[in-house]
Design a protein around this ligand. Structure first.
Ligand code: GTP
Ligand code: MG
Length: 440
């Protein structure tokens, strides 16, 4: 035997011995204790309704729970799909049920439907995340935690009689690993019986060929195995919803009345409403809750924890303790932090260097500019100086010419002086004779 096998044998727990009791002890009441505890605690159940606007989601919910929930008609002009959860406290006998109905408002109304599934997936993930965060808390209060994880998605198929739309296939494919999907054909009274039969076969064929996993009613519990197996063959259920009461015979029944007759909601010859109610509420509600926890939530939790770096064993199948994982993760985080710090420091140094270079370049450019301006200024100055000198020369030449002209004038004047004196004398005598006449 290999050493590891020997170790495994010595570490294995011894088989417990079976003993018989001498008399009644009382632990056979454990199931009853469990029931009593659960009843006191109450239950929560969350239904997600996905289907195009006006397909009959609210009417079906009202019909299923035989009450009137608050509803708001959705417009056909929502920019994107929006999730609207509404929670109600219901009571039947002594059982309290916190029921949340989540409506995918505006589904199928956008021109571009490529991302229609995303808000729905995000909503489901957000509920898983809330639960995971509660679980990871040091002080957890899961006992009175309001569990909002979606337990079932009722997917409303339009009764076209043709085939599933690509939007239906894409959405269901995106949701099937996150939630239990029960497909239903809505407004089944608008499609004939033979068409409905073919439509059901076509839908199931398309789901299978596209690898869409819908919820299968469990057949492992003997008590319900038979009914569940029969019901699995009836999927997708073709339902009719109505809260209107119509008199049929001497009984008031919920039905839809038409000029040509009455479609009774709870008549199994008219539609599958009763089958849906049986499967969803009366037989498999607990299995839907359990599947949500053990399958869908477990998958989300595992992926999330692996993403965070947690794992159960290393490559050699050695179990990893939480402490070891934490330490390894911490080291990894610190070295990553150091690497980032170094990267940032290097980036900073490079940036400083780049800025320095840029500044130097700017300085050089400025200096060149300054030198150029200086040269222009000197050139201008030199030109001005030259102009000034020319002007001065011109001025002095002018002055010289002026002096010469004056001198020549003066010379001329002195040469003509005797002649003028005679003339002046004659003029003066003439004037004096005039004055002697005019002045009294
Ligand atoms: P939004 O919330 O606005 O998206 O609509 P909805 O999907 O909740 O549909 P709602 O229940 O408000 O029903 C829309 C219309 O369809 C109403 O006039 C209902 O009476 C009618 N309706 C509902 N269920 C059925 C059905 O099974 N058959 C037929 N023929 N009409 C139905
Ligand atoms: Mg509605």
């Amino acid at each position: 035997m290999a050493a590891t096998d020997l170790e495994r044998c010595s570490n294995a727990e011894p088989e417990p011995r079976s003993l018989s009791l001498g008399g009644h002890v009382g632990f056979d009441s454990l199931p009853d204790q469990l029931v009593s505890k659960s009843v006191t605690q109450g239950f929560s159940f969350n239904i997600l309704c996905v289907g195009e606007t006006g397909i009959g989601k609210s009417t079906l919910m009202n019909t299923l729970f035989n009450t009137t929930f608050e509803t708001e008609e959705a417009s056909h002009h929502e920019a994107s799909v929006r999730l609207r959860p509404q929670t109600y406290d219901l009571q039947e006998s002594n059982v309290q049920l916190k029921l949340t109905i989540v409506d995918a408002v505006g589904f199928g109304d956008q021109i571009n439907k490529d991302e229609s599934y995303r808000p729905i997936v995000d909503y489901i993930d957000a509920q898983f995340e809330n639960y995971l965060q509660e679980e990871l808390k040091i002080r957890r209060s899961l006992f009175d935690y309001h569990d909002t994880r979606v337990h079932v998605c009722l997917y409303f198929i339009t009764p076209t009689g043709h085939s599933l739309k690509s939007l239906d296939l894409v959405t269901m494919k995106k949701l099937d690993s996150k939630v239990n999907i029960i497909p239903i054909i809505a407004k089944a009274d608008t499609i004939s019986k033979s068409e409905l039969h073919k439509f059901k076969i076509k839908i199931m064929g398309e789901l299978v060929s596209n690898g869409v996993q819908i919820y299968q009613f469990p057949t492992d519990d003997e008590a319900v195995a038979e009914i569940n197996a029969v019901m699995n063959a009836h999927l997708p259920f073709a339902v009719v919803g109505s809260t209107e009461e119509v008199k049929v015979g001497n009984k008031l029944v919920r039905a839809r009345q038409y000029p040509w007759g009455v479609v009774q909601v709870e008549n199994e010859n008219h539609c599958d409403f009763v089958k849906l109610r049986e499967m969803l509420i009366r037989v498999n509600m607990e299995d839907l809750r359990e599947q949500t926890h053990t399958r869908h939530y477990e998958l989300y939790r595992r992926c999330k924890l692996e993403e965070m770096g947690f794992q159960d064993s290393d490559g050699d199948s050695q179990p990893f303790s939480l402490q070891e994982t934490y330490e390894a993760k911490r080291k990894e985080f610190l070295s990553e932090l150091q690497r980032k710090e170094e990267e940032m420091r290097q980036m900073f140094v490079n940036k400083v260097k780049e800025t320095e270079l840029e500044l130097k370049e700017k300085e050089r450019e400025l200096h060149e500019k300054f030198e150029h301006l200086k040269w222009i200024h000197q050139e201008e100055k030199r030109k001005v100086e030259e102009k000034r000198r020319e002007l001065e020369e011109e001025t002095s030449a002018f002055s010289r010419r002026k002096v010469e002209a004056l001198q020549s004038q003066a010379l001329q004047a002195t040469s003509q002086q005797p002649l003028r004196k005679d003339k002046d004398k004659k003029k003066a005598s003439g004037w004096s004779s005039i004055y002697s006449v005019t002045i009294p």
